[in-house]
Design a binder for this molecule. Structure first.
Ligand SMILES: *Cc1c(COP(=O)(O)O)cnc(C)c1O
Length: 422
C-alpha cells in the first residue's frame, strides 16, 4: 500500500479498520482537553471500559455473600482463575491446561526456575541476551548465587555485533552450540523491551533443546503483541505480565506456560502450596501434595480474585478480536508510523533513527540525536504519551486495540513542530 502523510489518508485507513470499534472500549487520559496519543501500551495498557464492572461484581459478591462467594458467587472465586486459562491459551498458542495465572512476573520466573534450572557439576550455564530487562538480570543472578555458583562464570550473555542495533539469530544459535553440554537453560525476553526486536523463538528453542537444555521465555513484551505458538515450538516454560499489552491494570497478575510434557508429575522440583493440589482432595486438608495435572500445579496460594477481575474483562476483548486480526492491524499501523517517521525525518533533516529491526511487534524505538530530552518533553506536553530510555531513546508502541491511524498522522505533526521549535 502506498501511504500518504495526510489527515485524509489516515482517516480513510481508520474507516477501513476492522477493529475501529474497539478504540471506544478503552478509557483515554486527557491532555489539553483531548484524548492523548498513547504510545505506552508496552508499559501499561489503557483501562478497558468493561473492567470496572468485573471488579464491582467481586466487591458486590464479597459484600453480600462474604465467604460463601468462594462457591456461590456468579463466578465462584475458588476456581475464578480457571476462566482466564482458555482465552490466554489462545493468545500464547498453548493448550488451556498448559496455562495458568498467578503471582507477578518476576516471582513466577523465580518459581519456574525452581523447576527448570537444576544445575549439575557439568551442566550449569544459563544463556540470556546481554542487557536483559534489569529484573530478569537480578532474578538470574540471585538464582545462580542461590545454587552456590558464580554469576560471571554461569550466565552467558549474547551480545549484538559491534556497530549493530539488534541481535542476530545465527549468533544466538552458534552460542548455544558453543556452550553445548554445559548449557542448562536458555531464558531470553521474546521481544526485547528496549529495541522492540522479536527473537526467533522457534529456531532458538529448537537449538536449545538440541543441546539438551531447558528453554524458557520471558514474554512481557510479546504477549498480546506478536504471534506465539508456545506449544508447537516445544517451549518448556514461559511467563509474562499482564499490565502491558494485555491491559489488565497496574502490577497485575502474571501468566505462566508449562509444557504439557512437564505436567502431572510428582517428582519435578517445585515450590508447592495448597492451590496446586487436586481440587477434589484439597479440602480434605491432607498432608500429601497431589499435583493437579495442569499448570495450576504451580499455583501456591489462593488467587487474588480482585485483580484477576479486570484481567478477565480484558481477555474478553482478546476473545472477541483474536490475535490474527490484532496482529494484522498492528502490522499496518506500525508500518504507517514508520512511514510517518521517515516523512518527518526528511523534513527536519535526520535528527533521529529507528533502531527496531524488521522482526518486530508494534513497538518502534527511536534514537534521537541532539535535543532528545527536550523533544520528549515537548511531546508529553502536547498530549503524546511515550517513554524515555537512557541514553536517548523514545519507545513508540501503538497498541492496535486502541491506537488509530489518525493518531500516527497527528503524532508526526507534533513531532515535526517539536523538532523545529528547538
Ligand atoms: C515489564 C517487565 C518485567 C516486569 O516484571 P514484574 O515482576 O512484573 O515487575 C520483567 N521482565 C521484563 C522483560 C519486562 O519487560
Amino acid at each position: 500500500m502506498e501511504f500518504k502523510n495526510t489527515l485524509d489518508f489516515a482517516q480513510t485507513l481508520d474507516e477501513k479498520d476492522a477493529l475501529k470499534a474497539y478504540r471506544k472500549k478503552f478509557h483515554f487520559p486527557q491532555v489539553n482537553g483531548k484524548d492523548v496519543i498513547y504510545f505506552t501500551g508496552n508499559s501499561l495498557g489503557l483501562q478497558p471500559k468493561n473492567a470496572q464492572k468485573y471488579v464491582d461484581d467481586i466487591m458486590n459478591d464479597w459484600r453480600e455473600l462474604a465467604v460463601e462467594g468462594h462457591f456461590y458467587a456468579e463466578k465462584p472465586w475458588w476456581d475464578y482463575h480457571e476462566r482466564l486459562a482458555k482465552p490466554l491459551a489462545k493468545v500464547v498458542g498453548a493448550n488451556p491446561e498448559e496455562v495458568s495465572v498467578m503471582n507477578t512476573l518476576t516471582v513466577n520466573l523465580h518459581f519456574l526456575m525452581v523447576s527448570f534450572y537444576r544445575p549439575t557439576k557439568t551442566r550449569f550455564k544459563i544463556l540470556c541476551e546481554a542487557k536483559a530487562f534489569p529484573s530478569d538480570q537480578y532474578m538470574l543472578q540471585s538464582q545462580v548465587r542461590f545454587h552456590g555458583l558464580n554469576p560471571e562464570e554461569t550466565i552467558v550473555e549474547i551480545k549484538k555485533r559491534k556497530g549493530e542495533r539488534f541481535w542476530r539469530t545465527e549468533d544466538v544459535i552458534s552460542k548455544i552450540d558453543e556452550v553445548g553440554e554445559e548449557l542448562a537453560l536458555v531464558l531470553i525476553g521474546g521481544v526485547n523491551y528496549y529495541n522492540g526486536q522479536v527473537f526467533d523463538m522457534e529456531a532458538i528453542t529448537k537449538a536449545g533443546k538440541a543441546v539438551g537444555a531447558f528453554v524458557g521465555w520471558d514474554l512481557a513484551h510479546a504477549v498480546g503483541n506478536v504471534a506465539l505458538n508456545l506449544h508447537d515450538w516445544d517451549v518448556d516454560f514461559a511467563a509474562w505480565c499482564s499490565y502491558k499489552y494485555m491491559n489488565s491494570g497496574p502490577g497485575n497478575a502474571s501468566g505462566v506456560f508449562v509444557n504439557k510434557r512437564h505436567l502431572g508429575k510428582k517428582d519435578i522440583p517445585r515450590f508447592e502450596g495448597w492451590w496446586g493440589t487436586k481440587k477434589e482432595t484439597r479440602f480434605l486438608m491432607q498432608p500429601q501434595f497431589d499435583p493437579i495435572d495442569n499448570a495450576d500445579a504451580w499455583q501456591v496460594s489462593n488467587p487474588p480474585v480482585l485483580s484477576l477481575a479486570p484481567y478477565l474483562a480484558s481477555l474478553q476483548l482478546f476473545e472477541d478480536v483474536g490475535m490474527d486480526a490484532l496482529i494484522k492491524k498492528s502490522n499496518l499501523l506500525t508500518a504507517y508510523l514508520e512511514f510517518i517517521l521517515h516523512e518527518v525525518d526528511k523534513e527536519v533533516e535526520s535528527t533521529f533513527e529507528i533502531i527496531t529491526p524488521k522482526d518486530r511487534g508494534c513497538q518502534l524505538s527511536v534514537f534521537l540525536h541532539g535535543e532528545g530530552r527536550a523533544i520528549f518533553d515537548y511531546l508529553m506536553k502536547n498530549g503524546v504519551i511515550t517513554d524515555w530510555r537512557e541514553p536517548n531513546v523514545i519507545r513508540l508502541a501503538p497498541a492496535p486495540f486502541y491506537c488509530s491511524f489518525e493518531d500516527m498522522f497527528r503524532f508526526g505533526q507534533i513531532l515535526k513542530e517539536g523538532i523545529l521549535s528547538k
